[in-house]
Design a protein around this ligand. Sequence first.
Ligand code: FES
Length: 181
Amino acid sequence: MSGLSKDEQIVIANRGGPLQQVRRRIMAWTSIAITGYIATLVGVPVVGFILAPMFRSPKYQWRQVGDVNSFTIGQTVLVKFANYDALSWACAVAQSAAWLRRTGDLDFTAFSINCTHLGCPVRWEPDADLFFCPCHGGVYYADGTVAASPPPRRLSEYPVRVNGGQVEVLAVPISLPGRHL
Ligand code: FES
């Protein structure tokens, strides 16, 4: 590097020649491309998983809750079934329940267990023929209508049917206070 001052030689040595600069630029772009590729590979499924429920219309499904002959006419029993949006990993959170009453040979009523006041689970008391809510003393008659406030309205009901000898409840979302369907 004759003709160059000592300082200029040091600058060129540190910066590298034109070939090294091209190599550095290629490395930088390759690194950016690989990072972008990995971010896309990881990010797209994660974003898709988060946003998918917003665009997926719920598919309400009939859930079997028992053989029709396992229920006695006039009795009200608790039945459990998978939620309408049950995910395989959700375990107990994916479970819902209803108070099921057999009212005839093939006639059933399925009351939501959730109080219409603030959503606490109501319990059926066969001796009193009433549903009681443990939270604020709400009471419902056997037909689901309000017997004592504060519940503002009757118990919600699930559609229910008999299909092939099985009682089936349609797992739909139930309107609760503060929950907008
Ligand atoms: S939640 Fe049932 S009475 Fe308040």
